[in-house]
Design a protein around this ligand. Sequence first.
Ligand code: NA7
Length: 542
Amino acid sequence: TGAALPTTCDVLIVGAGFGGLYMLHKLRQLGFDAHVIEAAAGVGGTWYWNRYPGARCDIESIQYSYSFDDELQQEWNWSERYAAQPEILAYAEHVADRFGLRSGITFSTRVTATTYDAARNLWMIDTDRGAQVNARFCIAAVGCLSTPQVPSWPGVENFAGEIYHPGAWPHEGVDLRGKRVAVIGTGSSGIQIISAIADEVEHLTVFQRTPTFAFPAHNRPLSPEDLAAAKARYSEIREAARRAPQGRAFATEGRPLLGDTPDQRDEVLRRYWAMGGLDFTKAYDDISSVLEADAVAADFVRDRISEVVQDPAKREVLLPRGHPISAKRPCLEINYFASFNRPNVEIVDVRANPIVEVTATGIRTTAATHDVDVIIVATGYDAMTGTLLRLGVVGRDGVALTEAWAAGPRTYLGVLVDGFPNFFIVAGPGSPSVFSNVILAIEQHVDWISDLLTFARSAEADLVEADPAAAQEWTAHVTDIGERTFLSLGNSWYRGANIPGKPQVVMPYVGGTHVYRDKCDAVAAAGYPGVSISRHRGATVL
Ligand code: NA7
């Protein structure tokens, strides 16, 4: 199902994940003629593609969901504390059906070029179906972790077995029973897969470069009582999330760890560990910002992992060290560390013994050869900019986005790009997006972009563009804040460290989603300083 591609529309949205779906709904409500192009055959974005075993959200389902419609949040029943991929995908499909969105989406169509025509003041969007759409405004809602990254090991093309990336998992599933499987990568995707398949494969070899700080999820079914209690105070939960630094309500002692005695610290950290979830780093105010506090929390995590992993050699490799907990994205785990107590699960330290090549039968490191039937490359994504830069965006004066961002992404508020008029990004670099409960971050962006378009429409303007100075200043601010956090100390995708040659700058705004929200609101209230909003002479009427 879905719609045919129109030849023109007011607003062309790329992507039918959580960003594109709400953007379409909101713009339709405001009377704009909006349309979505989506590469996949269905809605859901990330949750459409990531069908790997164990795929699950690390943010609680009550919070990782839309807040824009109270009836929607009251009627939908999440089955678990942390929703698994099939349920999140079902939710995205429910939203698309409930709000009649499929009639505005063209599926199975990939954008190949996105070109601004300054004379006519419109965007020409080319697709792999040959058809072109002309639109006044173009909104990229293409996701932050949507272009899989596969390192180019020598010999990969010679491997005789099967190779899969979690972000492009076959829809029909993969039968791993009785097979010798390699998982390369121990980020969120890798550790979820490892935990899910450890007991069904014949042998599992995990290739780990950086050991992972992972906290117990303590996932559980949500009872009718749990759901009723959450729904009764949903507006309160959402308000707390909007005022929270990472877009989700969280538990905290609200004081620094360094001010407590060792006994108090132990009691508090044990309590948060027992609660489970990402709140562990929120237990104290200073765990994510003061190295001495991080060191205490990190020791605590290592002690807990040591209690689980029985084999001293495996334990030694698995214990996370070398970077503060919050220098990378901490993960949630369900039996991840316990998986290594199985005799069929092996860990290989590829920091000590790097992968040299992939052979026809397996993987060779500097220390050994591991023969396998299947390789799962859970090596992450060309995050935040990868998909945007693959849209072939060309703005004013024929300048490509790849050129404009050669030294790293430059945006105004993470939404607008100078030199690219009438082009907007949902959850882009320079915004808190990935450093937040992304669904609430998306809602805030969609609302802000919609307000800006409505403002321009009422001023009879059709040309909206960030001032270069404003983009420069905002981006310098984003970088400055990012470099002063622990993120500057880890080799994470937040700063492009996982992609050879990618500019090494902290890409998300990490000063707090609440601070960011207030800044965006202030800009809107002041009539959008930093954005030039005008009437184009000679624009083609669509
Ligand atoms: P991540 O978090 O980027 O993890 C990728 C993993 O793959 C990580 O352990 C990497 O080690 C490892 N990796 C990457 N390249 C290599 C090479 N060349 N050799 C060995 N190991 C490698 O991606 P995920 O898909 O797990 O998660 C992405 C986000 O989704 C996550 O942060 C959540 O926000 C949800 P490294 O740490 O770089 O040394």
